[in-house]
Design a protein around this ligand. Structure first.
Ligand SMILES: *Cc1c(COP(=O)(O)O)cnc(C)c1O
Length: 223
């Protein structure tokens, strides 16, 4: 068995029922994705629109593509026809553009709201407070071609495991509150995307349903 297949099997064994692996394949060539595909992996995460579109066009059609990076509104139209889940909705403006493009191609697009809980300044996303305040106005009724399926977040890049635990716990708490809030369809609101190569075990302990793992599967990325 090759290395990629071995890594995928290892992670798969650690996933509790209800949690799934998003293989983050950004910057890795199609051959690497095919090794993962042949090991049974069907969900791939990409963070750049052009790279994603090229891979979508050349790789098997039963792959579920997830977009995990910062999405510019002018590029939404390129991925909406085929995307399976957009993890990184970080503004109402973006949600509204996704809704309009989805309407044009007769789709309803599954999305997650990106929540900023990490210490780093540069990350995108709603703060927990701004997310609650915004949803209190029941805004999603305006966007029938978007289905908000949950939240996505990243913990601070740190060795401090207590901090990481606290941030994932905060995301889970927000997830539970939003699910009960009446602003989302609780039947659809089922995904909590959190956990990367270095912190996915903590994320799973806090109820992650989608771990986004790149390096531990494919090795280091060449930028
Ligand atoms: C790159 C990336 C990942 C994967 O990170 P690894 O450390 O390689 O596992 C997960 N989530 C997002 C949003 C990313 O951009």
């Amino acid at each position: 068995m090759n290395e990629i297949a071995r890594h995928i099997e290892q992670i798969a064994r650690e996933l509790p029922a209800g949690a799934r692996l998003v293989a983050v394949s950004k910057f890795h060539p199609a051959e690497a994705l095919m090794e993962a595909y042949e090991a049974g992996q069907r969900i791939f995460g990409e963070s750049r629109v052009q790279e994603l579109v090229t891979k979508y066009e050349t790789l098997p059609k039963d792959i579920a593509w997830h977009f995990i990076g910062h999405l510019q509104t002018n590029k939404v139209k390129y991925i909406v026809p085929f995307i399976s889940l957009i993890h990184s909705v970080d503004s109402e403006k973006l949600l509204s553009v996704i809704n309009n493009e989805a309407a044009k191609c007769g789709r309803t697009v599954d999305c997650l709201l990106e929540i900023h809980v990490a210490q780093e300044e540069s990350k995108y996303g709603f703060t927990p407070g701004s997310c609650r305040d915004w949803l209190a106005g029941n805004p999603l009724v305006e966007y029938p071609h978007v289905r908000v399926c949950g939240l996505m977040g990243m913990a601070t890049l740190t060795d401090d495991e207590n901090r990481i635990d606290r941030e994932f716990a905060e995301l889970k708490q927000l997830f539970d509150a939003v699910k009960e809030s009446g602003a989302v369809d609780p039947e659809a609101f089922v995904e909590l995307s959190m956990g990367m190569s270095h912190d996915y075990r903590s994320a799973l302990r806090h109820g992650s349903t989608l771990v986004r793992i790149g390096t531990s599967i494919f090795g280091e990325r060449a930028y």
